[in-house]
Ligand binder design. Sequence first.
Ligand code: SF4
Length: 321
Amino acid sequence: MTYNPTLLDKAKRHPEKQKNPDRPAGRKPDWIRVPAPQGKTYKETMDIVRGQKLTTVCEEAGCPNIGECWQKKHATFMILGEVCTRACAFCNVATGKPDEVDKLEPLRVGVAVHQMGLKHVVVTSVDRDDLKDGGADHFAKTIQAIRMKSPETTIEILPGDFRGKMEDIDHVIKAKPDVFNHNLETVPRLYPSIRPGARYFRSLRLLERVKEIDPAIFTKSGMMVGLGETREEVGQVMDDMRAAGIDFITIGQYLQPTPKHAPVEKWWTPEEFEGLTKMAKSKGFLMVSASPLTRSSHHAGEDFERLRAARTAKAATIAAE
Ligand code: SF4
């Protein structure tokens, strides 16, 4: 049987949420439905992930795009273990006391990326507030291990906020990922209930710092809608992102992993997502991806090529002025 973390051990994965009342999301609208994962390449991707004993956020988060992505040999690796020290109200990753850091994991990620022949890889992690450096050095080593085995592969990282500690953030930036992605996830008003362990302006500052240290690195940030935010609040987040120099915004519909998680307050329609796309483009992002099934790492490889092309085109326009 395929391992499905959304079905197994819910109480063990989210002990802190068991006191919450059940708030089922109800029937998903048609535009959210996706075919069941299957296919030869999907199976090959799974074999490599299992063979290298790696964790993916695709499975841990119960991502709806897993069938499409794994069939294209695109997976998002999750490093620093499977257990997170925070307990965000939207997230399906297990909460608790994490295991020791596996020092060989960076190498195994490097081997898996090579075996899969990836042109672009996304690496994320659980939050490790128990570690002195928040896992910064492990991230840097993973970037180096991928570069060593696959120098042509472009690398996108999606780390936590390192509790805002600048020396740890700088350490990761200096490992030179091609894309530094860090999600704001929601509007500031909802942080205390949805992302209680994080701070909105700390996350923004992290992304701003990337540009201060190395403006060549693309910055990217994502948010979910459907948690009770207003369109005006989403617009304000876009303005804040632009003020921090963020190149690429992603916006997707929040899906409730279990009835104990934050409820879906609204299903944004495809037309409303088109409206958000127009608004984001008008605010000057180099790239915008906004649709019900948009996820931070969805189509990340193709999007990276488009991002690079958009920067070149913008530079040419400025030079011609
Ligand atoms: S969208 Fe990202 S997390 Fe979801 S399956 Fe694709 S690569 Fe994995």
